[in-house]
Design a protein around this ligand. Structure first.
Ligand SMILES: C[S@@+](CC[C@H](N)C(=O)[O-])C[C@H]1O[C@@H](n2cnc3c(N)ncnc32)[C@H](O)[C@@H]1O
Length: 283
């Protein structure tokens, strides 16, 4: 619990205290955390329909997907006929993406995917794209300095008339002095090895402009809990209006905003009203 990437806030921090040294805290996007993330989101359809329909409303078939992870959005784009370059900085997530591309519904499209291990806040691929995608509100994964680098890199990689599509969570009515809140959901992950009792603790602190998303996995063997781990991601809240100002400061232009209705399970259960927008941006 020393580095900021594994800083845990909210109830998950109390759980960590309760278990003490018996509980390990690690990143949601590395090693076992990545495998758990992939297991949970493998069949999650949130945002896919909206990304595809917005992409298909314009021209072009070349796609750069930033923070592509294990391919939740990548694979539907390959299936829809796009050529995709997927960029992510987690080797574990990219390894799982490579495995995902061996599965029956994806393997015939494998040659249309190029995977790049890189940082979305500073990349240089030496070419441009018709579409650049950033899903799962992963723009929150980077702080203000990182976002400036991200938007500059995006601008340099957009083809003439190309579009940058990104999703963004908003908690309407939330102000900086609003109290912190948390959403929890628990389910039995019966397909895992070992099976686990999984609890999501999704903590949002408007004052600190931080979101701490935590997955507590309690491994169950022969009816007993045999171990517990927390997989965590710390992200940075930014309101749509502030984000749009940053986008414009980077020499980009917001073309449109689309409501995303295919929400993630954790957001459908949110303790506060929540909306997700898909922003359509161009040079
Ligand atoms: C919430 S996951 C989204 C993955 C995938 N797009 C999806 O919808 O399931 C966030 C992803 O962002 C990646 N990521 C976070 N910061 C990054 C950065 N600076 N550069 C590249 N990837 C990053 C993580 O490794 C992780 O795969």
């Amino acid at each position: 619990m020393t580095s900021s990437t594994t800083e845990v806030l909210g109830t998950a921090a109390q759980v960590a205290k309760l278990f003490g040294t018996g509980l390990q805290i690690s990143s949601m996007y590395e090693s076992a955390g990545a495998r758990l993330y992939h297991g949970i989101t493998r069949y999650e359809n949130a945002e896919i329909e909206e990304f595809l329909s917005t992409a298909q409303s314009g021209e072009g078939k070349s796609v750069l997907e930033l923070a592509c992870g294990t391919g939740r959005i990548t694979v539907p784009f390959l299936q829809a006929g796009y050529e995709v370059v997927g960029l992510d900085f987690s080797p574990s997530m990219l390894e799982l993406l490579a495995q995902r591309l061996k599965e029956d519904d994806a393997k015939e499209y494998e040659d249309r995917l190029t995977v790049v291990h890189g940082d979305m806040t500073d990349f240089s691929l030496g070419r441009t794209f018709d579409l650049i995608l950033l899903g799962a509100s992963a723009v929150w994964n980077v702080g203000a300095g990182g976002r400036a680098g991200l938007f500059n890199s995006v601008r340099e990689h957009l083809a003439e008339g190309g579009r940058f599509l990104l999703t963004l969570i908003e908690f309407p009515g939330m102000a900086e002095d609003s109290p912190a809140f948390e959403t929890q959901i628990t389910f039995a992950a019966q397909d895992g090895d070992p099976q686990a009792l999984v609890t999501f603790f999704d903590y949002v602190d408007p004052g600190a402009q931080l979101r701490s998303t935590n997955i507590l996995a309690q491994a169950v063997v022969d009816g007993s809990v045999v171990g517990a781990e927390i997989y965590t991601a710390l992200t940075h809240l930014v309101a749509p209006s502030a984000l749009e100002r940053e986008i414009e400061a980077a020499g980009l232009r917001v073309l449109g905003r689309h409501e995303v209705t295919s929400g993630y399970q954790i957001l459908k259960s949110s303790a506060r009203p929540v909306t997700v927008q898909l922003l359509e941006v161009t040079r």
